[in-house]
Design a protein around this ligand. Structure first.
Ligand code: ADP
Length: 261
């Protein structure tokens, strides 16, 4: 029987992600590109995922889009909610997961997943940058490093400078002030990670989320945030091996189940 290829494309506010799945089981190609302006990010994510998989558009049985920009991708055959895509993705990789935390550049979500992989409940923050990856981006700029290096700074810290402001704009002023007073940058970076983790933990507590807890989204790259989150929640938080690709993977799997009914 011929192989069935499906694509999931997750159009986030910070990055666009594509996954090509073979027969609903094997990721054969993927892409992560900055969202950029207009349709450049979605188009690039789509082209790069196809190229990475070595397949052509006509080989794809279905393209399923999800994420913040999901309705603006014309090539999509089907559009699904990001929450559904994430629930499908995490349940397929980690059937034991009961809570998924997805923290991206502009929003954070905590979702309860049933034993059968259904989305039971969710809590979302898409209002306050201090509880999303945006906080790390703002602070990385102040520290003069790339966002991927904030965790390296935090790991070097011997102490911690707590961040008291609950708003990203005020937190940035607080960090600038601390830096002008000569505060140790790694300790400040650790304070930033702890501050973000405490906001994410509030979401999980509001949800009443149970373990095992898994995490997806770009912020999962930051081990400082993940460790602080485990401390806040008093339980392990496992970062999905596919991290930022979980939504796109879930969408590709949804597409496979649809065409293979
Ligand atoms: P979205 O789906 O909302 O577009 P992502 O899930 O791609 O967002 O996450 C983007 C966020 O992840 C960025 O704001 C940044 O804070 C964080 N991030 C991305 N890559 C890394 C990295 N390598 N190390 C640390 N943080 C990262």
């Amino acid at each position: 029987m011929a192989d069935i290829y499906t694509m999931g494309i997750d159009l986030g506010s910070t990055t666009c992600k594509g996954v090509v799945l073979r027969n609903g089981t094997t990721v054969v190609g993927s892409s992560i590109v900055p969202s950029g302006m207009g349709t450049s990010g979605p188009e690039k994510a789509y082209e790069e995922a196809l190229a990475d998989a070595g397949v052509k558009r006509e080989d794809l049985s279905i393209i399923v889009s999800t994420g913040y920009g999901r309705n603006r991708f014309e090539q999509a055959d089907l559009v699904i909610s990001e929450l559904i895509a994430h629930a499908i993705g995490v349940h397929s990789m980690y059937p034991e997961a009961r809570t998924l935390i997805d923290v991206g550049g502009h929003d954070a979500k905590a979702m309860s997943i049933s034993e059968r992989g259904r989305l039971e409940n969710f809590v979302m923050n898409d209002r306050c940058a201090a509880g999303t990856g945006r906080l790390l981006e703002i602070m990385a700029k102040q520290f003069g490093v790339d966002v991927s290096e904030v965790k390296d700074l935090a790991e070097k810290a011997e102490g911690i400078v707590p961040i008291n402001a609950s708003c990203a704009v005020f937190a940035e002023s607080e960090v600038i002030e601390q830096m002008s007073k000569g505060a140790d940058i790694p300790s400040l970076a650790k304070g930033v990670c702890a501050s973000l983790a405490s906001r994410i933990a509030q979401l999980v507590k509001k949800l009443g989320g149970n373990g095992p807890i898994y995490m997806s989204g770009g912020v999962g790259h930051n081990t400082g945030v993940v460790k602080a989150l485990e401390k806040e929640l008093g339980m392990p938080v496992t970062v999905s091996v596919i991290q930022q690709l979980n939504g796109a993977y879930g969408a590709a799997l949804y597409g496979y189940n649809r065409v293979n009914k």
